[in-house]
Each structure stands twice: as C-alpha cells, then as structure tokens.
Design a binder for this molecule. Structure first.
Ligand SMILES: Cc1ncc(COP(=O)(O)O)c(C=O)c1O
Ligand SMILES: N[C@@H](CCOP(=O)(O)O)C(=O)O
Length: 520
C-alpha cells in the first residue's frame, strides 16, 4: 500500500495507517478528527497529455486508484463500481461544462445530472455502491442473519446530502439510513425527495433546530463508543473521505473539457465554488495539490460567511460580531446555511503542518486538536498570519447576499440565449465570478477563465427562483424548470418522524426504535 492509500486522523498525534476500507466504513476518527491520506499523491509532469482525453469514468478510475490500494479493491471491481455509479446520470459527460457568458470567460460546471439533481449525487452514488461492496465481502461467509455485519448510516442534511444519500443507499442490503434535517429549513421538493422513498431501510428525522444542531448530534453519535460498537455507525456526510475523493474527478474533467474547448492551455483557469461545509471545494484543493494546473479556488459564501471572514481576517469564529451570539441566518441558498464548516478542519491541518510545524504530521494533529477544542468552547480561533497568507495562495473568497443572489438569477435569465435558470446556490457562485471578472477587467487581466460550479438544479428551489423571476415576460416554472420526475413527487405519500427538540438522547432512542421495526 502506498502512502496515499493509507490514512490518518487530523487530530491524532499518534502514527496511524488505516486502510481505505477502514476510513470509509468508520467515517469519523475515534479522536473526533477527520481522515486524510498520509500523503497527497503528485502526478507526473506528462499527466495532462495522458489524461486529457479520458472519459469521466476513466478519469475517476485513475484518480481513485491513487488513493485505494489494488489489494483492497481490484481494478475490475473498481471499474464496475465507477460504471454502476455513473450509469444513473442523465448526461453522458456526467458533469458537463456549459458556456454561460463566453465573452467574459465564464463557464458553468453542471453537477446536477444525477438522480437527486444536486452535486452530492456524484459522490453519494459511489459511496452507496462502496458500502454495498464492502459489506457483501465482509458477509460472504455469514451463515445466519445474526452473523451478518450491518451498518447504521447517520447523516445530517440541509437538504441535498440527505436525498442523495437516500437515493444512493435505498434498498441496499445490511444498510439502514437515518437522515436528520432541520424542520422548515429545507425546500419542499428536497423534503419530498427524502420522505417519499418507500424502502424500509430509509428513515427521515425532521429535527426542530438548525443544520448545525443536526451535524453536531451526528458527530456526538460517532463519538458515543457504546452506541457505535452496537450499531456500527457510518457516515454519508463529507466527513467521509470517499465523498471528497469522488468529487475530485470533476475538477480534472472540467479543466480538460475547457482547455479542449478553448483550443489551447494558455488561459489561467479558476474554480468558483458555492461553499458551506467546505467539502466540494476541498476536493479541488486535493486536485490542485496533486498537480492540476488550476490558478485559484474561490470560495463563494452566502451571508453565513465564516469562511469568507477567515480568508479576510484569519479569525475562524462562529459569530462575525463577538458581542452577539452566533446565529445561523436563513438565506436564499439554504443548503449553505451553516455556521461551522466541518471540512475546513482538513485544510487547516495542511496549513498548520506546512506553516507551523516544519512538516511534522503529529505536531500538526496536536495543534489542530487544540484549535478545535478552543473553537468548541469559545466559538473562536485566530490563526497566525503565516497560516492565513498560505491559505490565500490557493484560495480567495467572496460573500454574497440574497438580493445579489436573486438579481444574478434574473440577469442570467435575460442575457443567456436559452434563458438559462440558475439555482440560488449556483447564483452565489456566479455573482462571485462576476466580481472577479470585473476586477480582472479593471486590472487589464484578459486571459483568465472561470469555471463556476453549478451545484443544484433550480427546480429544487422553486420559491427563490420564482421570487427572482416573478413578472418576467414568458417565464414559467412548471414549463421551463420543473422536470417531470420531480413533479410526480408531490402526489406521493410522505414518511418522516418529527423530533421536537435537537436532543442527542431523543435521536438515539428514535434510531433504536426504528431499527427494531426494520424487517430482517
Ligand atoms: C446546492 C448546494 N450548493 C452548495 C453546497 C455547499 O457545498 P459544501 O458543503 O461542500 O461546501 C451545498 C451543500 O453542501 C449544496 O447542497
Ligand atoms: N449542504 C449540505 C450540508 C451537509 O454537507 P455535507 O457535504 O457535509 O454532507 C446538504 O445539502 O445537506
């Protein structure tokens, strides 16, 4: 097993060498940290020539092979898993790019062609198949139901992860899925997607609280040794390394697609990523560290702007105003209404290791552990200048408000020849892209192109899209935006459990009760 195929925790100071299967099935490290590869593989100098004409699936295979030992998943099995995962997509390219304003060098990377119409499908179709693959192998010699190893997936969602996880795992043998979402804070279609699935292994829990409450409870469940030993808790959130791994493919694929479309590779290519939990853009960071010649990764946040504040000030803190308690704001891009970005921990580990410890992995884990404890107890960590400066080498950021989100939806609808409709999260990214384009123009920088990630289909966010386009001549949500498949959901029966308090004990009790009712 090469170093990039073995894994360690971001928090542990002890040496670790876990396999890919261990980290996928465990989700979160026992010390509360996130798993990262022991080493990020570096691509050979000729990799662009060798990879640029590969299909999405072939690229996924080459990338994943670097992070998963052949002894764990043989070549043919890995290929089958990848092909099965992307056969459910509606586009042959899986994640196509679309020129949205070519004059200004702006392209969308459409990530919503999977079963639940959001970028999460790219990773969660694969993760669902991986769970099934590992469990089948582990249970190959089981003689009775009692002998079988099972997994209880517990995930938190602000709308998209939940439905993508459910569609990735529905009906899978030996897997039960529990998805926690904040009551009233996801869109009606997202709720319908999650609650109308009939498979007995799927359970949706509508929790009175915020997404951060749900995410916190999920992390506490992972930390509960007794519960975990008994129910084998598994992760579908981007704390699961396999999520990040599967997302790397589209950074490479879209880069190659754009270079081929442009006919040369002399442009600087920047990725703009609507961000909340920092899982999507983190995959871009790994791609860049591996050698993808992307110029910059740009974090686009809504008014829940902890990431933008960090990039501008080095202060990683829940509240922008320390005299007020931290509160998540309900915005037009609800899937990004998050106070604490769970994956930022992975980036912080690299920043600490490279800038504060002279490359000492264990020391980096110790410092990060202290920072995370401090964040939990005081709600604030201030990073030294060297760390913030290093973050700015790869990343920039912007914050976008609701008014701007709506105005960009309208502007693109009017200016695009196909009357293209953006979803609000994508609009946060596109608004950010235009800010950079304006600055480039003021600076006389002409050779920069932007790939703005389109993270969801607009049909999932009817209310905001309609509010943005109301009164616009000829616009019809039902006719122009809503796919038939999503139309059909509203007539189906909903199945959910209301949890009237964001309480760890209540959630655990519900999980135990529901598991007992599942047919064996
Ligand atoms: C539509 C949409 N856009 C953007 C994001 C933010 O992505 P990330 O949490 O990986 O930063 C999410 C949720 O994760 C989402 O569902
Ligand atoms: N926006 C997400 C929040 C969960 O993030 P994840 O990427 O860590 O699963 C959602 O749609 O649920």
């Amino acid at each position: 097993m090469s170093q990039s195929q073995s894994y360690r925790s971001t928090r542990s100071s002890g040496t670790q060498s876990l396999s890919f299967e261990d980290v996928v099935m465990t989700g979160l490290a026992k010390d509360g940290g996130l798993f990262i590869p022991s080493v990020i593989p570096k691509l050979p100098s000729n990799f662009v020539d060798e990879w640029k004409d590969l299909s999405f699936q072939e690229l996924a295979f080459n990338i994943m092979r670097l992070y998963v030992a052949e002894a764990e998943i043989p070549n043919e099995d890995l290929k089958s898993l990848i092909h099965a995962s992307y056969s459910t997509f509606r586009s042959d390219d899986v994640t196509p790019i679309k020129p949205i304003d070519e004059k200004n060098g702006l392209y969308l990377l459409e990530l919503f062609h999977g079963p639940t119409y959001a970028f999460k499908d790219v990773a969660l179709q694969f993760v669902g198949n991986l769970f099934e693959y590992f469990l089948k192998r582990r249970n190959a010699n089981a003689k009775s139901v009692e002998d079988r190893e099972t997994i209880t997936v517990v995930g938190a969602t602000s709308g998209d992860t939940g439905s993508a996880a459910i569609y990735g795992l529905r009906g899978k043998k030996d897997v039960s899925v529990f998805i926690l979402y904040p009551t009233g804070r996801i869109s009606p279609i997202q709720e319908e997607q999650m609650t109308t699935v009939e498979d007995a292994n799927v359970h949706t829990l509508s929790v009175k609280g915020t997404f951060d409450d749900c995410q916190d409870i999920v992390k506490q469940i992972f930390g509960d040794k007794e519960f975990n030993d008994k129910y084998h808790v598994g992760a579908v959130n981007s704390i699961n390394w396999a999520r990040i791994l599967a997302q790397m493919t589209y950074y490479f694929y879209s880069y190659f697609q754009l270079v081929k479309h442009l006919g040369d590779d002399s442009s600087k290519i920047r990725f703009v990523v609507p961000s909340g939990n920092f899982g999507d853009i983190l995959a871009g960071y790994y791609a860049k560290e591996m050698g993808l010649p992307a110029d910059k990764l740009i974090i686009a946040t809504n008014e829940n702007d902890i990431l933008d504040r960090f990039m501008k000030s080095g202060r990683y803190e829940k509240s922008g105003d320390q005299s007020k308690p931290a509160e998540v704001k309900a915005t037009y891009s609800p899937a990004m209404d998050i106070l604490i970005s769970s994956n930022f921990e992975r980036l912080l580990w690299y920043l600490i290791r490279d800038n504060l410890t002279s490359n000492d992995d264990n020391k980096a884990g110790e410092i990060l552990n202290d920072w995370m404890q401090q964040l939990k107890s005081t709600g604030s960590v201030v990073a030294p200048e060297s760390v913030v400066k290093a973050a700015r080498v790869n990343f920039s950021s912007e914050r976008v408000n609701d008014e701007e989100t709506a105005s960009t939806i309208k502007q693109i609808y009017h200016s695009h020849p196909e009357k293209y409709v953006l979803d609000p999260h994508t609009s946060v990214g596109v608004t950010t892209s235009y800010r950079f384009i304006e600055r480039d123009s003021a600076d006389g920088a002409s050779n920069i192109k932007y790939i703005s990630l389109s993270t969801a289909h607009p049909a999932k966010f009817a209310e905001v899209v309609n509010a943005s386009l109301t009164g616009v001549d000829g616009y019809s949500f039902e006719k122009d935006v809503l796919p038939d498949e999503l139309k059909a959901l509203s007539s189906k029966e909903k199945r959910l459990k209301l949890i009237d308090e964001a309480s760890l004990e209540k959630i655990k009790a519900t999980i135990i009760e529901e598991l007992a009712k599942e047919p064996k």
